[in-house]
Design a protein. Structure first.
Length: 246
């Protein structure tokens, strides 16, 4: 249950805010964090978003990250793939509520089918500078800001109160932890069949799950990229068989 800074349950006020937005003619999008994905939960979640009057539903499978570091991570990939497959079926039944992740997966599939085969996308580093409240700058992932690693120390390349941001970015891109992440990206590109869809990012999940940045698979990408794509492919396969029985 989401609470406000004072620890009070915020659910009723969130519902009221949604009602006001809808009454003012605004589209409403919601993001849900799902701890234990299952087909039944997918159906309830989509129905609830429809009941609220939402246009878009975004779904984050709960991650082990930041202050949420002690939580177990979902590992039953078949069940998670079924969760995504059920969300896809729910959207097909009621397209008024679109699902962000399904839309991305279908968009990728459509693009792949339309375009000529091309070489894998490059393993690009996005500097993504994050400036903390005290001016300290972290690169490649806002979720790493304020955290340290036993191997690399603090994930910061300096402070904007002392140095211009472009200098900090230049220096930060050569830091050991960014170089380690670059190796991880290359490993993803070279080893993972889902790389073109996924892009191989998520440095914070690598750190919080494995304690280093040059690994490849994490529970995060298994749940949110691999199982998602497998769920969508499973529905497509099932529909083809149903429509064209032997
Ligand atoms: S799915 Fe995982 S292993 Fe594959 S490219 Fe993405 S982050 Fe790397």
């Amino acid at each position: 249950m989401r609470v406000d800074l004072a620890g009070r349950v915020a659910f009723g006020r969130i519902l009221r805010g949604i009602e006001l937005l809808l009454a003012a003619g605004r589209d409403v999008s919601v993001i849900a964090v799902v701890s234990d994905p299952s087909p039944q939960r997918a159906r309830r979640l989509h129905a609830f978003a429809a009941e609220l009057g939402c246009t878009w539903l975004g779904v984050n499978i709960e991650e082990r990250e930041g202050v949420n570091a002690q939580r177990p991570t979902t590992r039953d990939l078949n069940r998670t793939a079924e969760f995504w497959a059920e969300l896809l079926r729910c959207w097909q039944e009621n397209p008024r509520v679109q699902v962000r992740e399904i839309d991305r997966a279908l968009g990728f599939a459509a693009h792949t089918l339309r375009e000529q085969p091309s070489p894998s996308r490059p393993a690009m580093i996005e500097p993504l500078p994050t400036v903390a409240f005290d001016g300290s700058v972290t690169l490649i992932s806002p979720e790493l800001a304020g955290f340290t690693s036993e191997r690399h120390g603090v994930f910061s390349c300096g402070n904007v109160l002392d140095e211009p941001l472009d200098q900090l970015i230049d220096r930060g891109l050569a830091a050991n932890w960014v170089r380690e992440y670059r190796r991880g990206l290359r490993n993803c590109r070279d080893l993972c069949p889902y790389f073109d869809f996924c892009g191989g990012g998520h440095p914070s999940n690598r750190h919080f799950e494995h304690g280093r940045l040059d690994t490849t698979e994490t529970a995060y990408c298994q749940n949110s990229k691999i199982a998602l794509m497998e769920g969508v492919i499973g529905v497509a396969h099932h529909n083809i068989i149903r429509n064209h029985p032997r």
